[in-house]
Structure formats: C-alpha cells, structure tokens
Design a protein around this ligand. Sequence first.
Ligand SMILES: *Cc1c(COP(=O)(O)O)cnc(C)c1O
Length: 374
Amino acid sequence: MKVGFYGHVRQYENIKSEIDANINEVLLSGSYVQGPMLKAFEAQAAEYFGTTYAIGVGNGTDALWLSLMALGIGAGDEVITNVNTFFATAEAIWIAGAKAVLVDCEPKSKCIDPEKIEAAITDKTKAIMPVHLYGQCADMPAIWEIAEKHGLKVIEDNAQAIDGAGDTFKQGDRSATVTTSFIIQKNLGCFGDGGMVFTNDAAVDETIRKLRNHGSNARNVHSPGFNSRLDDLQAGVLSVKMKHITKLTDQRIAWARVYDEELKDCTSITLPYNVPGYRHVYHLYAIEVKDPAKRDALVQFLQDNDIDAKTHYSIAIHQQHGFPWGKPVEIAGSLENAEANAATCVSLPMFPELTQEEIDYVIAKVREWDQANA
Ligand SMILES: *Cc1c(COP(=O)(O)O)cnc(C)c1O
C-alpha cells in the first residue's frame, strides 16, 4: 500500500462542487485582484479568527515581515524567535532588516521556551515572534507577560496552527498581529500561495493594506510599498475551506489519537506531546527516534514500504549555511533541545483524508521497525 504525506486532491474532491462554484463566480465577475471575493473572505476570516481585521497577503513569509514593517521594526532591531521552525520565520526577520535572535525550545512541547526568552532580551529587542510549532500553541500567557514587562511587541507565527488554541487563551489575545500561511500543504491551504495578517490594531491594518498594494489605498496616491496580495481565486477557495476547517481539524486530532494509542508501547520512539487543555491541530505528527543514529534508518524503512515520512526540521536554523550575506542571526544560549530534536524528528503521514486502512498500515510498519530496533 502507498501512503502519501498530503491529501490535497482528496480534499478537493470532497468539496469540489462548492469550490468550483466559487472559482466560477470569480472568473465570471472579471474581478481577480482586490475584488469582492477577497473582501468577503477577509470579513469571513476576521470573524472566524476573532480579530477586528484580517488582511490577505501573498504568502505567510510576507505576512511576517509586513507585520514587522508595519510595527516599525527593522534595521538595528532584534526579534526573538524559535531556533526550531521553518526557515521562513527567521528569513522574514532578515527581510525586514532586523536580526533574528534564536532561542531554544521546551523539551516536550517543542515550542519556544519562555524561560529562555528573558535572557535573550537586550536594549535592541523590539519583538518576540513565537511559532505555534506542528500545530500546538506556544505558552502565550508566559510570553505575553514577558513582552508586556519589557515593552515588546508580539507577532505569532500561526502558519502551522490555524484553528489551534491554548487552554485559557486564544491566539492573538494580547499580540500585535497573528500571521498565517495558506500554501497548499498547510492545514488551511489554497491552490498555490497565500497568507494573512490578523490584528485588532487599526493603524497596523491600514499600513499593511497600503504596503501590500504599492503603498496605495487611493487611486494614483502612493508611498513606497510592495506587491503582496491574496488574489480573489485563492480567496474563493479559502472561503469554502474555512467553512470546513473545524471538521477537518477534528479529523486530524482523531487520527493523532489513533497513532497515540497504537504506538504508545513502542520503546524506541517518543510520541508528540499535547500540552494538557491545548487544542493541538496536528499540522504534523512529529515523533522522535530515541537513538539519533537510527533516525534516518526509520525514515528509509518507511519510504521503502511506500510510506511518505519526512523530517521537520532536521537542520535547525543556526545549522543552516544559507546565509551568504553574513550572519543575520544571533544565538541566545544553549540550543540543546532544538538540536536534539533536529537529530531525532520524523513526521508520519497526517492529513484529514487518510483512511483507516492507511493509518493501520503506517502503524503496523512503525511497530515492526520498533520491535526490530527496541
Ligand atoms: C509555512 C511556514 C511559513 C511560511 O509560509 P509561506 O506561505 O510558505 O511563505 C512561515 N512560518 C512557518 C512556521 C511555516 O510553517
């Protein structure tokens, strides 16, 4: 049996008539950029997310650096973020002209460790950018407390955690912005690239709306800006998928509970940790192989059995060599937890449209490997 890593086509087939109707509506409207479908989707998204404003942008990376720019953060400033995240989080800080200060994660949740944030704060620090990694929210109450004590802005990178929440808080409660990505492989994905900024701040909303559109909010009136818009076709697709997101997330969580139950007695691996009370939305189901020397062997074994397993992220940002422009990142203290995770992580197939047969097959193969390697 072949088990893929994503269910894009299955998802489209399940809601094809609704999506096709919206695509047709946009095509026949003749209005494809900043048209009525984008406007309607932005209103729907703001209501869904519980913020006053939602601004569609070109992708999740732009949503991050546009947030920084709108908050006046750039050259000479430092922004504290996770060392273990998708590269784009640190990249966005570099694009804005600031320096990314990389902080270690908690050993269990893999989210940024609030206890290590305070030690990384300098007189140049302007913001904290926590990532809700793999679909689990960071410890936001602790992060907001530190930010408020030091007068810092908070930008939440929610690219992996749409529909996620904490136990006593929701995303964005006390943050300047929350950003997301709608690239197809994310939990709420369009048919290409897209992103969004959520905020309650009217000035940030106005600034990002101008920045995304050549610095313009009135015909022929410009200030320097960019071109980073979410087009109406993608907005039409996302509008349909957003109506289904709770159900889709619930199905991810149900599959995670099946993995949890059926793999819990495997002694060679550690299963993902769900902070009690948090709604972990399982963008990824990321296990760890206890013996780092055997990690690549597990990935290879699964691949050899037609199971598409991956690693997220086996090279942490400070271990990357892709910085030809110099060293735009600063390392704050020991990164031992993130380094251990980079050496041991394996992501199993996780998407709502998995079938029971497929998940049973993945479980059987992981158990078989575990027994041979216990
Ligand atoms: C996907 C992702 C991004 C970037 O999103 P794009 O839409 O690809 O630009 C940023 N941060 C995290 C944590 C991501 O997973």
